[in-house]
Design a protein around this ligand. Structure first.
Ligand code: AMP
Ligand code: MG
Length: 349
């Protein structure tokens, strides 16, 4: 299959109409959102959704999020909208937030993995919104990467994983946030974050008074409730270790580990803040470094994270050592992705 890339950065009604036609015909299209690029199919067509699993190599028990254009479309796929969900919708939709709601009969089993709930999101990105609007149907879309790989935040990264596997990619430029949506389960008594993202725990607590983190998000805990969160995810090809703790101690621990790896004749990749990379530039001069931006600038760090991880695949590195971020606000989402990308190799210093 040939994969066409259409530039929609300055609007391109013809390309969006063509993409909507492809979706309506039961085929799949990659498109930009404000979080990461999505791999979309008609959310009401189980056979079309099956093609997403095939293109990504995604485990079949990992459900898909439905992307809607407006509240009317949202209500068509949810059987019920609990009061806490309505508050979250008013505060944060459209935006980088997915709500888990009771599903309606219109939603195929292929989308939900047979569960009685459905994940629904209303993206803010204008290309995503137009695409859903023109197609006139909810679009089921996971991230547009091969299963287990870092999520794509540019059309070029989508092409790298999906060339020859899908008919079309809409290039809307780099994604604003760079980490996937916050997933909030609204089916219990208290709102529960299943996956952290740009809408933070603090944001939701401020709004609702109470919000929990799914226990599965803690290190070494039982299987999380969002089925997708149990798999190794977001992973570069080289093995990675994440260091968390006080910044001076993290710098020392990474320097020591880097020297050990180099002494063994292997090459090191460093991932971290500009501050860390500057400090270590004389200690491990031959390391391949990728900076996720200034320390503490969590928005920049999030938006660069996946392109840094992907960049290591093109560099001669045998092991990646990564600096963690503070676990507050957006930092919770960044650290969650770093930990997953490392397959749980986290060192607390
Ligand atoms: P992705 O779109 O690749 O970012 O993955 C979608 C995420 O949403 C996965 O972690 C899924 O497990 C989660 N998800 C989707 N639908 C549901 C649902 N009904 N209940 C819980 N988690 C869900
Ligand atoms: Mg994904």
């Amino acid at each position: 299959m040939q994969t066409i890339v259409e530039d929609v950065r300055e609007g391109n009604g013809a390309a969006i109409a063509q993409a909507a036609e492809i979706l309506r015909a039961g085929e799949i299209v990659a498109f930009p959102t404000e979080t990461v690029y999505g791999l979309g199919a008609s959310g009401l067509d189980g056979d079309a959704c099956a093609k997403i699993y095939e293109a990504k190599g995604r485990p079949s028990d990992n459900p898909l999020i439905l992307h809607v254009a407006d509240w009317h479309m949202l209500k068509e796929v949810a059987r019920e909208v609990p009061p806490m969900a309505e508050k979250l919708m008013i505060a944060f939709m459209p935006g980088p937030l997915t709500l888990i709601l009771p599903r309606s009969a219109a939603v195929p089993d292929r989308v939900t993995g047979g569960q009685d709930t459905v994940g629904v999101r209303m993206p803010e990105n204008p290309v995503a919104r137009s695409l859903i609007r023109v197609a006139g149907i909810p679009i089921a879309a996971p991230s547009a990467n091969l299963s287990g790989r870092p999520s794509p935040t540019t059309a070029a990264a989508v092409l790298r994983d999906m060339e020859g596997r899908i008919p079309m990619i809409l290039n809307g430029g780099p994604c604003r946030y760079g980490v996937e949506s916050t997933i909030v389960d609204c089916t219990g008594d208290v709102a529960t974050i299943l996956r952290p993202g740009a809408i933070t725990l603090e944001d939701i607590r401020d709004l609702l008074g109470d919000c929990r983190l799914d226990p599965g998000l803690r290190e070494g805990k039982a299987a999380p409730k969002a089925p997708g969160m149990k798999y190794r995810h977001y992973a570069p090809k080289a093995p990675m270790t994440v260091f968390v703790g006080e910044e001076g101690a993290v710098e020392e621990a990474i320097a020591a580990e880097a020297k050990k790896i180099e002494t063994a004749g292997r090459s090191v990749g460093l991932l971290g803040s500009r501050e860390l990379l500057l400090k270590l530039s004389d200690v491990v001069p031959s390391a391949c470094s990728q900076s996720y931006g200034p320390r503490g600038d969590l928005e920049t760090n999030a938006s660069r994270l996946y392109s840094c991880l992907l960049a290591f695949d093109g560099l001669p590195v045998d092991a990646i050592l990564a600096e963690g971020v503070e676990e507050e606000g957006l930092g919770l989402a960044i650290l969650n992705r770093l930990k997953k990308a490392s397959g749980g190799h986290v060192v607390h210093v």
